[in-house]
Design a protein around this ligand. Structure first.
Ligand code: C6P
Length: 427
């Protein structure tokens, strides 16, 4: 199978033909991010912790400031000018997300705090209504804790079982074994689109197809996918898709749960409070329609407006071009650092997004991170909230560099030089 065909299978139309950024374009993009213009410990900042959270372009910062300076008011509640304007902008943000994911309707877009809350919402609402004693929820061995613990809470509560599809030494899902775990007891599949610890791109289209053959709905954790590749929820045919605004150049505190309308309509509310009701008496409450049924309380209005600006920023540049740029960086970095003696890359799936995890013999990843920080290079070290992945590879932690739109090959050279410094210190 060709790479392009495999990408298509994975739900990732990697733009092999997408044009890489010219030097001038990349400089222009970098100038959009004020935070990058500073030095850290006297060295130019090299920000490679994008999988944890990405930096924010001026367009996002300005949209949030503008909102507070000109529009701030509560939504859906006031008849006054500012409230109506805030409501319009919040509604517009929902439509931007709809377009970004190619959802059928804006009502299928629920604003939440982030991927974690989106998954908890599905576990506590869909899960509690549909999973019972003896039932099973199927995940993979490369999930983030946010796509493990909510299912454990549900399964513990309901007397159900959490089943885990194993991964191989490259960090790829063993799809045959995963398929074998789908049983008449399986009530839901939850799978990450891209692993935050390994960079693996999962074959989510195939997984969804397998699950749907058995009428099992699928939730896709898109936290590490949405910033890097085109996500088309209709084409994927996923039942739920979750992502966080702050990883896609938007603010923290805002994220998205996409759900198919029929499922959302049938699901009970997740939290109770203002805005999610149709009527309330002390005897009984009735609920608002979706998406409001799942958005109790005053939402993060400024966050939604910031996310709107972020998704427009990404779309204007082109997610395909962003993905192609990051893939180029991944290949350049993989070649550069795999030549370093005693360094081992963790995660070598044939399809990877811009995440590079590695270990150095006899050096704790935290020491790598601390020495690199002195060189101005920000990476993440630890278990990346994926302890089962670390256990699978028999390591306590990794050092992880993750790439974004504004990173350059020169920055990867700085990373490689920094790792050589680490080796000198520990020689
Ligand atoms: N991973 C990382 O450094 P929240 O925190 O809700 O925005 O996203 C949670 C989450 C869920 N799934 C995946 C695959 C993720 O990578 C994350 C967040 C960050 O890898 C912080 S631990």
């Amino acid at each position: 199978m060709t790479t392009a065909a495999r990408n298509f299978e994975a739900g990732l139309q990697r733009p092999e033909d997408a044009q890489l950024f010219s030097r001038a374009e990349l400089e222009k993009i970098r100038a959009d991010f004020p935070i990058l213009q500073q030095k850290v410990h006297g060295k130019p900042l090299v920000y490679f912790d994008n999988a944890a959270t990405s930096q924010k372009p001026r367009a996002v910062i300005d949209a949030i400031v503008r909102y507070y300076e000109t529009t701030n008011a509560n939504i859906h509640r006031g008849v006054h000018f500012l409230s109506e304007r805030a409501t319009e902008q919040h509604d517009a943000a929902r439509r931007t997300v709809q377009k970004f994911l190619n959802a059928r309707s804006a009502n299928e877009i629920i604003f939440v705090r982030g991927t974690t809350e989106a998954i908890n919402l599905v576990a506590q609402s869909y899960g509690r209504a549909n999973v019972g004693p003896g039932d099973e929820v199927l995940i993979t061995g490369m999930e983030h804790h946010s796509d493990i613990v909510p299912w454990q809470l549900l399964c513990d509560d309901k007397g159900a079982k959490l089943c885990v599809g194993p991964i191989d030494d490259n960090g790829e899902l063993l799809i045959g074994e995963f398929a074998d775990l789908l049983s008449p007891r399986t009530k839901l599949v939850a799978v990450t689109h891209v692993s935050n610890a390994l960079g693996t791109v999962n074959p989510v289209r195939k997984i969804i197809e397998l699950a749907h053959e058995r009428n099992v709905p699928v939730l896709v954790d898109g936290a590490q996918a949405a910033p890097h590749m085109k996500v088309d929820v209709q084409e994927l045919d996923c039942d739920f898709y979750a992502f966080s605004g702050h990883k896609v150049y938007g603010p923290t505190g805002i994220g998205v749960l996409y759900g198919k309308a029929a499922l959302l309509n049938a699901m009970p509310p997740y939290q109770g409070g203002g805005d999610m009701i149709a009527s309330v008496t002390f005897q009984k409450s009735t609920y608002n329609k979706v998406p409001y049924k799942f958005e109790a309380g005053t939402p993060d209005i400024a966050g939604a407006i910031g996310l709107d600006a972020a998704l427009r920023y990404v779309s204007d540049i082109g997610i395909d071009r962003i993905g192609a740029h990051e893939h180029d960086l991944l290949e350049y970095a993989t070649t550069a650092i795999s030549q370093i003696p005693s360094l081992q890359i963790v995660g070598s799936a044939s399809e990877k997004a811009g995440v590079l995890s590695f270990v150095l013999e006899n050096v704790h990843p935290h020491d790598i991170g601390t020495i690199l920080d002195q060189e101005g290079v920000a990476i993440r070290t630890g278990h990346h909230c994926s302890q089962p992945v670390m256990r699978r590879f028999n390591i306590p932690a990794t050092a992880r560099a993750s790439f974004a739109i504004y990173n350059t090959r020169e920055e990867i050279d700085a990373l490689a030089r920094g790792i050589e410094k680490v080796r000198e210190v520990f020689a």
